[in-house]
Design a binder for this molecule. Structure first.
Ligand code: OAD
Length: 248
């Protein structure tokens, strides 16, 4: 795709950038998104059964098994060119904050240093009762492992529907959105709060908003630039255009 020259020139000037990513960024790594028709996880599974405290209380084994299955998928996944391009952007921009809703850890694997994981990390496990983190575990007779300290049921250290986001990460994300000169929203449907409001906070504070997505979203009409296509193709092209090799 042809990238707008005005965007390329503007990005050469900015020193403060914030980026919000969603499941679409990892789609080219073979991981499923949540809301894409047919293939999205929520097309096949009910969020309230699998990703809520109530669902876990009703059927802990179902929830544990679903996350164990996703954890295995994540273990086999590798970053794609979109993840690497974002790590490269971090090296080029003085103040760069990467905010992700993804729990797969692929941004760090690609070399991103400053990553705010708003929805937790699927590789981490903690006790649902006392919060104690668990490094290893064994399934008990009911198929759900228990905390070595208090005997409570272990759960993935991710944010479920109805739960609060980690406070420090959210505060840092809001601060980055409010103070950046350019805000990118990439591969997210933009409907899960509070992450969905970050690009609007950025825009209200004068930032240029750039969206990269396969499809328009509720943000698209408010974005200064909408780059339609795959993040794994657009982001490397953008990095090459803004920082060509001779400027490296
Ligand atoms: P969604 O599945 O809602 O949205 C994925 C977005 O990525 C869609 O808008 C797609 O059009 C777009 N997309 C897909 N493939 C892409 C590609 N290769 N390049 C660019 N865009 C692409 O995922 P999220 O917005 O991340 O929360 O969902 C937000 C939250 O809802 C998740 O963190 C999760 C879920 O419920 C919790 O589990 C708490």
């Amino acid at each position: 795709m042809d990238l707008p020259v005005s965007l390329i020139l503007a990005l050469r000037q900015v020193e403060r950038v914030a980026v919000l990513t969603g499941a679409g960024v990892s789609q080219e790594s073979g991981l499923r998104t949540f809301r894409d028709p047919q293939v999205g996880l929520w097309a096949q599974y009910r969020p309230e059964e699998l990703a809520s405290p109530e669902g876990f209380a009703r059927n802990p084994k179902l929830v544990w098994d679903w996350y164990a299955w996703r954890r295995e998928a994540v273990k086999g996944a590798r970053p794609n060119p979109g993840h690497y391009a974002l790590a490269e952007m971090e090296r080029r921009i003085a103040h760069f904050t990467l905010i992700t809703q993804n729990v797969d850890g692929l941004h760090r694997m690609a070399g991103s240093q400053k990553v705010l994981e708003l929805h937790g990390n699927i590789q981490r496990v903690r006790c649902s009762a006392c919060g104690h983190p668990a490094e290893t575990w064994e399934n008990d007779l009911e198929g759900v492992p228990r905390c070595e300290r208090c005997g409570g049921l272990l759960r993935p250290d991710v944010v479920w529907f109805g739960e609060a986001l980690p406070r420090a990460e959210l505060e840092a994300a809001v601060e980055a959105a409010r103070t950046c000169q350019a805000f990118f929203s990439i591969g997210t449907s933009g409907i899960v709060q509070p992450a969905a409001s970050l690009p609007f906070a950025a825009r209200n504070n004068g930032a240029m908003v750039v969206e990269i997505n396969l499809e328009p979203t509720p943000l698209t009409g408010k974005a200064h630039f909408f780059l339609q296509g795959k993040s794994g193709e657009i982001l490397p092209a953008l990095v090459r255009a803004v920082w060509p090799a001779e400027r490296a």
